[in-house]
Design a protein around this ligand. Sequence first.
Ligand code: HEC
Length: 192
Amino acid sequence: MRGTKVPPRDTVLATTTDVQAGQLLFAQIGCATCHVHSIVTAPSRTVLNGGMWVVPDALGNKLIHPYSDFLLHDVGTGDGIVQGGPVDTINKLRTTPLWGLRTKTRFMHDLKSLSLADAINRHRDEARGVVDNFQEDLTPAQQHQVITFLNSLQGSGRQSSAKPVVGWWSLVVGKIPRGIGPSNPTAPVARM
Ligand code: HEC
């Protein structure tokens, strides 16, 4: 296996004014309530999964930028499959981290979205208000800026010198920095 790191961000695109405006809009209209920018992994030596896994020093207490809260939400795309929890998880899905989008050409858990715009527009229910903000409050130019921001998370296919903090295969979710986390009480996944 060549590598399991998060694909690097497109560092050239990331500095453009469109991407910076798009990132701001992404936060302002509420996307970032679920697609959380920054999370601190659990402290090293934390025992998880009933003792099956202990967080190694290399992965503990790291600031990462997954654009996910790793919580379950009903955004109207569920399949009626209980997500390893109580029955009310039946139509919930875990917020997809938006890092590493460049490895994908299809989006959402069912891979039915062929564009980022379609993926956004399919959000309903818990995300209804936020998607209304996207569709009704943003001009087409601003919507384009949000999508250009998402594209900057995909990388450009070139190698970048940016070093990801932690391999996403072994991500351990710890506490979310104060003030930017969601209020959703559903327990975060211990490991992905
Ligand atoms: C209430 C929480 C919530 C909000 C608010 C939200 N999302 Fe999501 N998002 C999700 C969940 C859950 C999924 C996974 C849905 C699925 O796979 O069917 C998802 C999936 C996605 C995907 C697909 C990623 C992939 O790799 O397949 C994109 C892109 C995305 N969201 C962008 C956005 C944008 C842009 C906004 C703001 C307009 C937004 N989301 C608001 C929870 C949310």
